[in-house]
Ligand binder design. Structure first.
Ligand code: ZN
Length: 163
């Protein structure tokens, strides 16, 4: 999870919401990724999806039997679906996502019995660190937006002076 956390920080440097994911099988890292939908112009480019694609390429198999995924944030609906398709054995996530989490928060998709594969899951690993990383990011972004607004207002006042 510590490695997933570092990956999330890499995404943050690109202005992406910081979420990181690592897929391991035994001691071996099969895939890794960080959230990057904005920079890659790809709505599906969540950390989990990037890591799944890399892992599947690595083992040359779309089924990642016996693999575990560590992700800093509770997965969304799309990612939960992808984990089931990939036959991931175990999901470990950091902090919960109260607005859109599909494992324990908004819905509990992995508890459904209509999937043909069961993913074991556990949440709360490094939850505080992961939560803090996200809230710092959003606080900074709010502050940047506020400053931009102030600048725009100042520029307008300046224009009106000359009018
Ligand atoms: Zn997702």
């Amino acid at each position: 999870m510590d490695y997933a956390f570092q990956l999330a920080a890499q995404g943050e440097k690109l202005g992406e919401v910081p979420v990181g994911a690592v897929i391991v099988c035994g001691e071996k890292v099969l895939g890794e990724g960080f959230n990057q939908p904005i920079s890659s112009h790809d709505p599906t480019a969540h950390a989990e999806i990037i890591a799944l694609r890399q892992a599947a390429q690595n083992v040359q198999n779309y089924r990642l039997v016996d693999a575990s995924i560590y992700v800093t944030l509770e997965p969304c609906t799309m990612c939960v679906g992808a984990l089931v398709h990939a036959r991931i054995a175990r999901l470990v996530f950091g902090t919960t996502e109260p607005k859109a989490g599909a494992v324990v928060s908004k819905s509990q998709l992995l508890d459904n019995d209509y999937f043909n594969h069961r993913v074991n899951y556990a949440g709360g690993l490094m939850a505080q660190e992961c939560q803090h990383q996200l809230s710092e990011f959003f606080a900074l972004r709010r502050e940047q937006k506020r400053q931009e607004k102030v600048k725009r207002q100042e520029a307008q006042v300046e224009q009106e002076k000359h009018a």
